[in-house]
Design a protein around this ligand. Sequence first.
Ligand SMILES: [Mn+2]
Length: 436
Amino acid sequence: MDDKKPNVVLYISLQSRCLAKEAHPSAMVRSSLPGGGRGHLLAGRLVLALTCLLSFYNFYLSLLVTLMATDPSISIDIYTVNGLSNNTCNWYKRRWNSLSSFPYSLQLIMETQVNYNFYPNKEVTIISAPFSAGQRNGGVEKGPKYLLKHGLKEDLEALGWKVSLEEPLKGSGLDLPPSETSQEIFEAGNSRMRNPTIVGQATEKIFETVKSVAHKKVFPLTIGGDHAIGMSTLAGFLDAYPDACVLWIDAHADINTPDTSPSGNLHGFPVSFAMGLKRDLWHKQFDWLDNAKTKLLANRIAYIGLRDVDAGEKVILRDLGIAAYSMYHVDKYGIAKVVEMALSKINPSGKSPVHISYDVDALDPLFTPATGTPVRGGLTFREGMYIVEAVAETGNLAALDIVECNPDLAISNVHEFDTIAAGCAIAKSALGETLV
Ligand SMILES: [Mn+2]
């Protein structure tokens, strides 16, 4: 049946206005019909009937099947518009599968109502992490303020989430820009890290907050700040969900160890710290990571968007067999296939919660110019949104970080706006905003 062109397109919605506003069924149906005429009329009637009486969908499915059976050449593509829950969609799928003996295809090809399996109550806590000591550019500590000023909280409320805010660094003095803190370099043997004391103290506080939010069954949305906070969010989330898996969306692998990092900047270390690599080379300020219940395993993380990976990091990625999809793979397979491959690697059961740690430098600098380590040749804006939309669509998205927005590095208001707007767009797309 797959090779048969659909000649009836159905839109199913609990809200007829969604159909009227978004689907324009007659135009879509007409363009997909081989002969127009009768089919158009037939399709038009079906669309109307389903819209009016969807509460009787059980009955209507039978009626539809009977109607269609009068013309075995008809195949059907079905779209759901807003208003159908995952449960309802699944009910349809089961019913349709049981009707496979009928000589036409019934296929659910688009879902636009996103559900969150781990958060039926749709509660999210924005964890503000204004932190910049993991690298050397001032301004990234302003990221959370700018994202919130841009309307992040209101945007999520509009998507039906109950939103609260946590500020683990408030009043700690750990949120100052590098220019206002004394710089520290810790060296041991041939290894080096910068500002381990401040980074260790701040990441521990953020870890405690993420952990407690995750244990309360509330979605942790952590906004940075530089990516050093990734060690906190991964460890904190894994504490509540030991079977969690991670998608690290970034131009960089952030998996340096103290002996591989060319710069010693700790925003390049969070993945290796969450995995417990080269533990003996750590500064004592990171002892808190030993209290984290679950270490990140190599088969539970995949990267998307890589294009600037240090030589030592490449060795680690290869040795550990980590699923690393670079921009080469995005070009080769397309973003949809890459997301599918990444999820099947890290979440083979399809049931584990997924944590996305999103560095805005994964996007091409055309879209997020105001960031500390931009690398050209990145994801398009749509590719970047697709990743979070596709994971959200699985129902398993359960934690999100958005990091490395640095308004001080914008050389124009447009740069600043684009970067902050992109950060907010990632959050919205991840938390249920759909294009139709
Ligand atoms: Mn990063």
